[in-house]
Design a protein around this ligand. Structure first.
Ligand code: 5GP
Length: 190
């Protein structure tokens, strides 16, 4: 997606060789027009996949996911990051290791918002090691539903997540794919 790549080049900042900061349009301030356009791309790619619901992971996936859900006329569910296990039995939970925080959280989904008939599109802001996406997949499949695909805003293709999800057979569609990060360097996959 050319407009996204332009925003990344103009406003993104590589904090290291592995972390990209995009606070001005995605992770802190949000650019609604850009989020809407992301929705048109996800809709175009996934509209024939028989999707019933869109799932995202709080909090930066919410804006692009809701814009996609609006355009696809589907419900959107936010998977919550809880600090501890909930023992009431009305939720599905799985432990995920956070790439940016370096700690674990319990990715949490209420049993009310998924059925075995669901075919879920998972949307997230970044793909690095694939822990977050795989956590969402575990919740969906643990509930007996299917993963229709995974939509990513910014994939860091030099990290293991993409390859791992491809090898497991998931349909991953990323709007921008980064090949290399470094001081004053953001290089996209050609
Ligand atoms: P993964 O689970 O694939 O290792 O990492 C994905 C999650 O970590 C995303 O949900 C995102 O919140 C965060 N993340 C990973 N890499 C970056 C990055 O370079 N910049 C920012 N802002 N977040 C990242």
């Amino acid at each position: 997606m050319e407009k996204l790549k332009k925003c990344i080049l103009e406003e993104g900042r590589a904090l290291s060789e592995t972390v990209l900061k995009v606070d001005s349009f995605l992770n802190h301030q949000v650019d609604p027009d850009l989020m809407y356009e992301m929705g048109t791309y996800f809709k175009k790619y996934f509209e024939k996949h028989g999707i019933t619901k869109i799932f995202t992971i709080e909090s930066s996936g919410i804006a692009p996911a809701v814009m996609t859900a609006m355009q696809m006329n589907l419900p959107m569910v936010t998977l919550k990051k809880q600090t501890s296990k909930i023992l009431t039995g009305d939720v599905y939970q799985t432990t995920v290791h956070s790439f940016t925080k370096g700690s674990d959280y319990e990715l949490t989904l209420s049993k009310k918002y998924i059925t075995e008939e669901d075919n879920i599109l998972v949307i997230d802001d970044f793909l690095a090691n694939g822990e977050a996406a795989l956590g969402a997949v575990r919740l969906v499949e643990g509930a007996g539903a299917k993963v229709a695909g995974i939509g990513i805003i910014i994939e860091k293709s030099f990290q293991p997540g993409r390859k791992m999800l491809d090898e497991k057979g998931y349909d991953v569609y990323s709007l921008a794919r980064i090949n290399k990060l470094g001081k004053d360097l953001i290089e996209f996959v050609k």
